[in-house]
Design a protein around this ligand. Structure first.
Ligand code: GDG
Length: 504
């Protein structure tokens, strides 16, 4: 790997320096808290999300430490603890944020790993910064982890950390989990620094992916590019054994069940339907405003159904929540602009006074409001072009206790491998989306119940804490155990290559 300015002889440094004391260290791009200046005296608040929930209890019980970027500039000091967990903030300057986060992470890796839906941008300066920041995270972990401790690294922003950390601290056990897809070789090998990323990941003892196909993509590439040997689940490289497997992430079913049971949330769901004009059918989309999520195409399909009269203003209403995301990126800006044109054309063409056909919310909302929306929606539209898992689909299923509710789901979301009771669609096929919505609208209640029951059995089999435990026990036992048995691989499509093979 290229020399980097912060790199000194790590082996020598850590051989001399005393080790840290944390038995278990989590490294993620962000700390589990965020700065929110509008909230009065307490300016730091826990970040929502299953990852934080899943890891909090493990960290609390194991003298844990969470290393991450606090999300604000250095002049605002992040707290040292959160709910009894030690926090270690890694500083990232504004220029580094541009090159490491917006640049290499989100304009190179994100599109490349999502089927190159937008052309990935390759910049040598971004790559240099990516290496430097990864090294900074690895050094922070090397300084903090106790002898023979465990480090769990998360996601695509930190793929070099496993090998960097191993070089500094060969005594520790290292796990890595990728939350997004791992692309097939045809795409991955476009990356000028493809070998460095693969050897970076191979520094881990266990590499977890959302679906088995991603693990196979990785292992095949590792064999081809850097001469690793072995199978898709057990690789040999540099005299070590590296395991790769699928550990599909899931939702916090305990929190969702408690939220659904909350009378105020149920009343809010009823109120939402009243506010929408008591339509017969509410169709809902909830996505980060991201070009991978297929929002425009889905709404175009729905708009065509209003045009043809299959959907009728007043009877059918769409709610689209598009959570603001990566707003300083031009691709995201364009996506928002185009989406807002589709939304306004839908209302302009098909709505009438007092009955817009779509309600568009470009905002963050409390989790309780999200659950109220899930409860208010008859049809949930989840149609990403490519998605590591997609937790929205699982959250919707977890909310629908009464076994009503229909899920239209992209076959290219990791969740499709588990949620076989959904109405499956190819998100690029507008007619296919229309057909699935039609089928969902006409389906008999008994069919809907059977589909929802099938999906709920899957979702309630494991909580997000079970997901974390299963990864950590595989990491600590050194077994190749993955959760691949969760999948119905014969009926899911998980890569561009698979589609080509099927259709060819
Ligand atoms: C990445 C991968 C993988 C959304 N709006 C609000 C809100 N949310 C919550 C949802 C859900 C989460 O955000 C979105 O998760 P997704 O899985 O759908 O998508 P990504 O953000 O792209 O996540 C993905 C995931 O990592 C986990 O591994 O599944 O494939 O791309 O939980 O509920 N939460 C609140 N307010 C909102 O407005 N509170």
């Amino acid at each position: 790997m290229e020399p980097i300015d912060e790199a000194i002889d790590e082996r020598a440094l850590f051989a001399r320096a005393p080790s840290g004391t944390a038995d278990f260290v989590v490294i993620a791009n962000r700390l589990p808290i965020h700065h929110s200046p509008t909230q009065g005296t307490s300016e730091w608040r826990p970040s929502p999300g299953g990852l934080v929930t899943a890891l909090t209890s493990v960290l609390q019980s194991r003298n844990g430490l969470w290393i991450g970027w606090p999300g604000v500039s250095d002049d605002i000091e992040a707290p040292c603890t959160f709910e009894g967990i030690a926090l270690s903030a890694v500083a990232i300057s504004a220029d580094e944020y541009e090159e490491f986060y917006l640049g290499f992470s989100n304009a190179t890796l994100w599109p490349l790993y999502h089927d190159a839906i937008r052309a990935p941008t390759f910049h040598r300066a971004w790559w240099a910064t990516y290496q430097r920041i990864n090294h900074r995270f690895a050094t922070a972990a090397a300084r903090s982890v106790a002898p023979n401790g465990t480090v769990w690294i998360h996601d695509y922003q930190l793929q070099l950390v496993p090998a960097m950390l191993r070089a500094m601290r060969p005594d520790v056990r290292i796990g890595f989990f990728l939350h997004i897809p791992f692309p097939p070789s045809e795409l991955f090998t476009q990356l000028p620094w493809r070998r460095e990323l693969i050897t970076g990941l191979l520094g881990a003892d266990l590499i977890g992916f959302q679906v088995p196909h991603a693990a196979s993509n990785f292992s095949r590439i590792a064999r081809r590019l850097v001469g690793a040997t072995g199978t898709d689940s057990v690789l040999h490289y540099d005299g070590r054994v590296i395991r790769a497997g699928a550990f599909p992430i899931t939702v916090d079913t305990t929190l969702i069940t408690a939220t659904v049971a909350d009378r105020r949330v149920r009343e809010r769901a009823a109120e939402i339907r009243r506010d929408l004009g008591n339509p017969e059918v509410v169709l809902l989309g909830v996505d980060r405003l991201d070009y991978t999520k297929g929002i425009q195409q889905r709404l175009t399909a729905v708009s065509e159904m209003f045009a043809s009269g299959e959907l009728v203003a007043g009877t059918h209403v769409v709610v689209q929540v598009a959570v603001p995301s990566r707003e300083s990126d031009a691709h995201y800006d364009l996506e928002r602009h185009n989406l807002e044109q589709v939304v306004s054309a839908m209302n302009g063409d098909h709505g009438f006074v007092g009955s817009p056909v779509i309600h568009y919310l470009h905002q963050n909302m409390p989790f309780e409001e999200l659950v109220a929306l899930y409860l208010a929606a008859d049809i949930m539209l989840v149609t990403p072009f490519r998605d590591g898992m997609n937790l929205v689909a699982k959250e919707y299923v977890a909310c629908r206790e009464d076994l009503t509710g229909k899920l239209i789901l992209s076959e290219f979301a990791g969740a499709a491998a588990e949620l076989r009771g959904a109405f499956m669609v190819n998100p690029h096929d507008l007619d296919g989306i229309k057909e699935s919505i039609s089928l969902a609208l006409k389906a008999a209640p008994s069919e809907i119940r059977a589909r929802m029951l099938r999906m709920r059995r899957k979702v309630f089999r494991r909580d997000v804490s079970d997901w974390a435990q299963s990864f950590l026990s595989a990491l600590n036992s050194g077994s190749a155990a993955s959760e691949s048995h969760e999948f119905d691989q014969s009926s899911s499509i998980n890569s561009a290559t698979d589609v080509a093979t099927r259709e060819g």
